[in-house]
Design a binder for this molecule. Structure first.
Ligand code: HEM
Length: 127
């Protein structure tokens, strides 16, 4: 029998929908992050991040069907990401993760991944 995926363990699509929606509410209120995002397509950006995370954690592969290989570092090249942008992203994401009220072990696994991934996305030195 297949072990249950992390995606299923945290509640499936609904949980990722809540997570990413809450995150983008934070982005919309964040003076460091908001200028980086496409102002006419925050909803599209929300969908792309949601589908990526769903796929990463063992849910449907819709992200790659629509977007191809994630290549996340390459896709972030157009944006200057220094420690300030990384930390703003993580602050908004932390608010969103906490809002899910997951069991501690699942919350920690999700958060540890996001911290690692955000650090790996930095592509410019601090001035
Ligand atoms: C796209 C910023 C970290 C996953 C984007 C976009 C921006 C951005 C401005 C373009 C929005 C769009 O049109 O889709 C940042 C900043 C980060 C960060 C400032 C700070 C470290 C991350 C991390 C992940 C991630 C850690 C994954 C865990 C994605 C995905 C897309 C995206 C999946 C859409 C890629 C595509 O299919 O085009 N990000 N990001 N980002 N980001 Fe990030």
């Amino acid at each position: 029998e297949e072990p249950q995926s992390f995606y299923d363990a945290v509640g499936g699509e609904e949980t990722f929908r809540r997570l990413v929606h809450r995150f983008y509410q934070g982005v919309a209120a964040d003076p460091i992050l908001l200028p980086l995002y496409p102002e006419d397509d925050l909803e599209g950006a929300e969908e792309r991040l949601r589908l990526f995370l769903i796929q990463y954690w063992g849910g449907p592969n819709t992200y790659s069907t629509q977007r191809g290989h994630p290549r996340l570092r390459m896709r972030h090249n157009p944006f200057v990401i220094r420690s300030a942008e990384r930390d703003a992203w993580l602050q908004r994401m932390h608010e969103a993760v906490i809002s899910l009220e997951l069991p501690d072990d699942l919350e920690k696994r999700l958060w540890d991944y996001l911290v690692y991934a955000a650090h790996s996305m930095v592509n410019a030195p601090d001035a």
